[in-house]
Design a protein around this ligand. Structure first.
Ligand SMILES: [Zn+2]
Ligand SMILES: [Zn+2]
Length: 47
């Protein structure tokens, strides 16, 4: 599912992905497709 909006981390308009952990909608720059999480969640996890 593609949603266009503002990244919750950097605030830039982009096609957003939803983090499976916190539900934040973030741009591809702040999203890791391998874990389907945002960089905020990745910072707190060792993956
Ligand atoms: Zn971003
Ligand atoms: Zn997250």
């Amino acid at each position: 599912m593609e949603v266009k909006g503002l990244c919750s981390i950097c605030g830039k308009p982009a096609v957003l992905r939803t983090c499976i952990l916190c539900g934040a909608q973030v741009c591809p720059e702040h999203f890791d497709p391998n874990t389907s999480t945002c960089s905020n969640c990745r910072a707190g996890r060792k993956m």
